[in-house]
Design a protein around this ligand. Structure first.
Ligand code: SF4
Length: 376
């Protein structure tokens, strides 16, 4: 079912590995909220026949907004869209923005899913990641969030310089003590033009050890499966019935509207599918928030097929052979069977009731395997 996504483009500081769009100029929050109102008003017609099942505040740092500001955005959603009776409403939050009072207030608001940007419970690792919170805050906020929310996600990062496999396994056990309904785990990746890339380039910091990151990823898959989590997408693990409905729907290619700078949208009108995205600059966005498009594209049949392949392989439900069959329309290559066989022999893919699913080892190479099957 369709969803709404709000990109809240403010952060207290820049984490050195991050390449998301944000600004540290919090004095623009008021103008940004006025801009959002104009954008919501303008885009609501695109979903006039849809019922919204999920609302997601991502960023940036949505927890920099006050409760009154979050409720104002939600009130606009309820005023301009038809919202399902029990929508999933997720707020991404950083520990340094939360305390008992704010968590209690958030829990009594329509927000019913809290996604915590904990990243680590280790003081040295948080410092190396240049995060804005302490290890003590990670513990306190995870514990308080557990008290007030019935549905929490914990984000964890692995594979930072100097981190051993044992360190990571200890970290994971700590997170499990809070019994989160959902865990998202990411390896530290070096994105171009980040401070991290710059420092690695200068030799100030060692580059992440990729083979150790693979071991860490394999260990998290094993441990979380054993702890009763479903590994439903490359980086995402959930207790039964606690999948992130918003993200799951996006991976199923359900429509969504994104608001705010850098936000992406996907809409379907009849047989036409369009993706579009806003500019990655708050000031430019504010000049005309109702129409701040950076690009818009109508998907071709080939684009749609490539998305279906790429997104399906990243999920535990895998890729149907019927979808792969559609490739024949675009390519004469008959290498497909050989490629599949080779991946199966290498223990990266397995066949299962007419579907291809990644093995644990396959998940560590999900993108490159998916790319092999996409059509040029
Ligand atoms: S808080 Fe999140 S969005 Fe902001 S700089 Fe850090 S990682 Fe990036």
């Amino acid at each position: 079912m369709p969803g709404l996504y709000f990109h809240i483009p403010f952060c207290r500081r820049r984490c050195h590995y991050c390449d998301f769009y944000f600004t540290t100029n919090a004095s623009l929050i008021g103008r940004f909220l006025v801009g959002l109102e104009a954008e919501i008003f303008h885009k609501a017609t695109l979903f006039e026949n849809e019922t919204i099942e999920t609302i997601y505040f991502g960023g940036g740092t949505p927890s920099l907004l006050s409760l009154a500001q979050i409720e104002r955005v939600l009130a606009l959603c309820f005023a301009h869209f038809r919202i399902a009776p029990a929508p999933e409403i997720t707020l991404e939050a950083n520990p340094e923005d939360l305390n008992e009072e704010k968590l209690q207030a958030l829990a009594s608001s329509p927000v019913n899913r809290l996604s915590l940007g904990i990243q680590s419970f280790d003081a040295g690792k948080l410092k190396r990641l240049s995060r804005g919170h302490s290890a003590q805050e990670s513990f306190e906020i995870a514990s308080l969030a557990r008290t007030f929310f019935r549905n929490i996600n914990i984000d964890l990062m692995f594979g930072t310089p100097d981190e051993s496999l044992n360190d990571w396994q200890r970290e994971l056990e700590t997170a499990l003590q809070f019994q989160p309904e959902h865990l998202s785990t990411y390896s530290l990746t070096v994105e171009p033009k980040t401070l991290l890339a710059h420092d690695i380039g200068l030799g100030k910091i060692p580059a992440p050890n990729e083979s150790l990151q693979v071991e860490m990823f394999l260990s998290v898959m094993r441990r979380l499966r054993e702890a009763g989590y479903r590994h439903y997408e490359v980086s995402n693990f959930a207790k039964p019935a606690a999948l992130s409905a918003h993200n799951f729907d996006a991976w199923q290619r359900k429509p969504y509207l994104g608001f705010g700078p850098a936000a992406h949208s996907f809409v379907r009108q009849g047989r036409t599918e369009r993706r579009f995205a806003n500019v990655r600059n708050l000031k430019t966005y504010l000049e005309n928030p109702a129409n701040a498009l950076l690009f818009e594209e109508t998907l071709t049949e080939k684009d749609i097929l490539n998305e279906e392949i790429f997104l399906a392989l990243r999920q535990d439900t895998g890729l149907g052979m019927d979808v792969l069959e559609k490739r024949r329309k675009f390519t004469r290559s008959n290498l497909l069977e050989k490629e599949i066989e080779a991946f199966c022999l290498q223990g990266l893919l397995r066949r299962d009731s007419g579907r291809l699913r990644l093995t644990d080892k396959g998940f560590t190479l999900a993108d490159s395997i998916a790319e092999t099957f996409m059509v040029e």
